[in-house]
Write a protein that binds this ligand. Structure first.
Ligand code: BGC
Length: 796
């Protein structure tokens, strides 16, 4: 079907029928329209798993390593493979569009959602995203680039105005979208919650119409982020094609009226609908419906376990390795210490969460490879201020892990009685009941005895009862008034109880908001920090090596909230210090997606950065620690040495505005220019298990200059090297930038010749005066480096 055919198809409907199709039918589906052969389009969140049509408590699906961990491979093939696997996960659920990749940049390390996004660098982000997009779309599943644009932090995300000059917007924040849209040919994009220079991202005539659809000639569809659309005519005229979710929303009759009043041209509506029909055609939901494969690997299959272990381990990054303590000696006794060792964090919070078949802890993974007698496991200090929904509650009806939720309407009739394996359930967003849920009863049996903390999660009027004792009643309200807090950071309350084994924990809630996340919390009462550290120190002293697993949790790495510090939560730093003082050798594994401070760095022997490694996390970390898979990752973001010691820091808007005052000097670019102190680790740093010498580095000049170099693996193990090339422009006001990289795997004692082509898009310079692209002067200097802290050659 040609573009003209799609346009005539769009025109064949009457105006109300056209407009109806431009708002979702439900949380994650669109309206079908038999009159034009349009089937139901089905969307699902990504980017680290295809969750399906339910926001929480949906089907069991594979949980992939998070975006920063995948990106640390610096390997488009890895991202392509991930795209193809996600396409399989989508096909298994008849999903047409995966809402990812997230390609906002790591502007400041405080951004709560950086775990979903690739890097601080636009070229690395764009190229990796393009590969991910191709992996999905080569299988007929649409990708969705999000969130367009200047959406690098979460504070006041629905109202914040990102103030960004045009050069910064184009050279930095739009560049990953440009690469993934043009090179990856992404079939859809998502307009963000925030404003950009005073105009809502969903009404951005300049960004969407002029740049994306105009200059880039983008033929795909632009949808809104969920509940982000604020208007009818300005959004429709600004280039937004589709309002999500539905069926209610600001378009509908208001948009029909705006057309009748002459505020929106009919051609604008037709263009939106043609783009929607093109998306439908591309994913096989127009005219002849696509066929779906009947047999695909399930999330728990051996093939998925192998893939997800390998993909996670390959991105893990060796930050320090004194005396080659890594890979670990298989014959040694290991003291494995830390809350993250026993409850490894495999994903961030918010809409990227999925319901995985299992989450393998480091304790399980390392024990599986070394055998239980060689590993003594010691739980660590507390790492959360908000306890998570329970791991020790069971359904009173079936006995399965989780809780029972019974949902009632206003008349008190049961709408549904469901088992919630994760002890939480979403209400009001993706329900398919005749009427709204008015109240709910949540119940679980407590699989512990003695003093425990039990509690509830969610906005409403609560009554809580343990084992029939007299009830506690209290209200819980959302902390702020932004959309989504009742879903993404719902309030909670816990109380201490002393229970007998199998005690029944029941809570009823009368809803005071139409939508929200509700759950039961249950965990053992915390132990005193001093006792925990004492146990750890004794185990460390008795072992050959101590492995301490520390990290962040979904409290820091989540949607809707930013961080306020890069310090590890709780007394984890004190735990590491104490262990390092007692152990023969100390290895720290950092289980976090984004930079953390390491005040103990000089006192430990090795640091392995492990990201949020997905469902096979513990197996992957164990494989990396033992060298079964080389943790050949390179950092995708610069780690500041202290809070605030970065070129861009604050995420708090002032008078509603968040100035991107550092311009294009974010991350390594700003550190290198002396705008921030020397970082703890530069983007691009990563030791792997090889050791490298560079020689014969040459510049090949021309329109697209290239660098060639010989790299020799002078270490003792087969290893992968990532040769990075940075351009230092002649212009003093232009930052240094990554212009290309190339990777090679080499056996010990062998060398390889590597060519790195510089990307022409990094030679461009936006000229504000003429409103057009210019080009940097020839004659800049090229730095061949393993991150800018380890420069191996300078040419040009
Ligand atoms: C997020 C999007 C996500 C959408 C649907 C929003 O809160 O910002 O990234 O795709 O929800 O769940």
């Amino acid at each position: 079907m040609s573009p003209d055919d799609l346009a005539s198809l769009a025109k064949s409907l009457d105006l109300p029928a056209k407009v109806r199709l431009l708002t979702g039918a439900s949380a994650f589906t669109l309206h079908p329209e038999p009159a034009v052969g349009l089937g139901e389009l089905r969307f699902s969140d990504g980017p680290t798993g295809v969750r399906g049509l339910k926001f929480a408590g949906g089907r069991v699906v594979s949980l992939f390593p998070n975006a920063t961990l995948l990106a640390s491979s610096w390997d488009p093939n890895v991202l392509y493979e991930v795209g193809t696997l996600l396409a399989e996960e989508a096909m298994a659920q008849q999903i047409h569009v995966v809402l990812g990749p997230t390609i906002n940049l790591h502007r400041t390390a405080l951004g709560g959602r950086l775990f979903e996004a690739y890097s601080e660098d636009p070229l690395l982000t764009g190229r990796l995203a393009a590969a991910y997009v191709r992996g999905l779309q080569d299988n007929g599943i649409a990708a969705c680039l999000k969130h367009l644009v200047a959406n690098e932090s979460e504070t006041d995300r629905n109202t914040v105005d990102s103030v960004v000059d045009e050069a910064t917007l184009r050279e930095l924040y739009l560049l990953p979208f440009e690469i993934a849209a043009l090179e990856g040919e992404a079939w859809s994009m998502m307009a963000a919650y925030n404003d950009v220079n005073g105009v809502a991202a969903t009404e951005q005539n300049h960004v969407i119409n002029e740049v994306v659809k105009g200059e880039w000639g983008y033929s795909g569809l632009v949808m809104s982020d969920w509940f982000a659309t604020k208007s009818a005519a300005p959004a429709a005229n600004g280039g937004l094609d589709l309002v999500m979710p539905g069926p209610a929303g600001p378009w509908g009759e208001a948009l029909v009226a705006a057309v009748h009043d002459g505020l929106v041209a009919k051609a604008v509506i037709d263009d939106h609908l043609s783009r929607l029909l093109l998306l439908a055609r591309r994913v096989g939901a127009l005219a002849d419906p696509r066929s779906w494969p009947s047999s695909l690997p399930n999330p728990d299959s051996a093939v998925r376990r192998e893939q997800l272990t390998r993909l996670a381990a390959a991105g893990m990054t060796v930050l320090k390795n004194e005396g080659d303590v890594l890979p670990l000696d298989r014959a040694g006794r290991v003291a494995l210490i830390g809350r993250h060792a026993v409850e490894t964090i495999d994903m961030g919070g918010g809409s990227a969460q999925v319901n995985p078949p299992h989450q393998v802890s480091v304790a399980t993974g390392l024990t599986a490879l070394l055998g239980a007698p060689a590993v003594s496991i010691v739980d660590g200090v507390e790492v959360r201020t908000r306890p998570v929904p329970s791991r020790f509650l069971t359904d009173p009806v079936s006995g399965a892990q989780g809780i029972r939720a019974t949902l009632y309407d206003a008349a008190g009739s049961v709408l549904e009685d469901r088992l919630c394996p994760q002890s939480k359930t979403m209400v009001g967003m993706d329900d398919d009941f005749a009427g709204p849920v008015a109240s709910a009863r949540l119940s679980g049996r407590v699989g512990a005895e003695g003093p425990v903390e039990l509690g509830v999660l969610g906005v409403g009027e609560w009554t809580v009862r343990v084992d029939g004792a007299s009830p506690l009643t209290f209200p819980l309200q959302a902390a702020g008034n932004g959309f989504g807090e009742e879903v993404l950071t719902p309030p909670l309350r816990t109380d201490r109880f002393t229970v007998a084994p199998g005690a029944l924990f029941e809570a009823t809630v009368t809803l005071t908001t139409p939508m929200g996340l509700f759950g039961l919390i249950g965990h053992n009462a915390p132990r005193a920090t001093v006792d925990v550290i004492d146990d750890a120190v004794r185990a460390a002293a008795a072992a050959d090596v101590a492995v301490v697993v520390v990290g962040l949790t979904e409290e820091q790495e989540t949607e809707s909230v930013d961080k306020s510090t890069l310090r590890l939560p709780g007394a984890q730093d004190a735990l590491v210090e104490a262990v390092a003082g007692a152990a023969r050798r100390t290895v720290v594994v950092v289980n976090a997606a984004t930079p953390v401070l390491m005040p103990w760095l000089s006192r430990v022997d090795a640091v392995l950065w492990a990201g949020l490694p997905g469902q096979e996390g513990g197996h992957a970390i164990a494989a990396a620690l033992l060298g079964d898979v080389e943790p050949a990752g390179r950092l995708v973001t610069t780690f500041p040495a202290a809070d605030g010691a970065a070129p861009a820091w604050s995420v708090t808007p002032v008078d509603g505005k968040l100035p991107y005052a550092e311009g294009t000097f974010i991350g390594y670019r700003g550190h290198y220019a002396g705008r921030a102190p020397e970082p703890a680790f530069w983007m691009g740093h990563g030791l792997g298990y090889g050791r490298w010498e560079y020689s014969d580095v040459r510049l090949v000049t021309g329109d697209e200059p290239a660098i060639t170099a010989t790299v020799e693996n002078v270490g003792g193990r087969r290893s992968r090297e990532v040769v990075q090339v940075y351009l230092r422009p002649v212009e003093p006001d232009e930052p240094i930038r990554l212009v290309g990289w190339s990777a090679v795997t080499v056996d010990p004692g062998q060398s390889a010749r590597v060519t790195v082509r510089t990307d022409p898009r990094l030679w461009r310079r936006w000229d504000e005066a003429t409103g057009s692209w210019g080009r940097l002067s020839e004659g800049g200097t090229f730095l061949v480096a393993r991150g800018l802290g380890d420069i191996r050659a300078t040419v040009g």
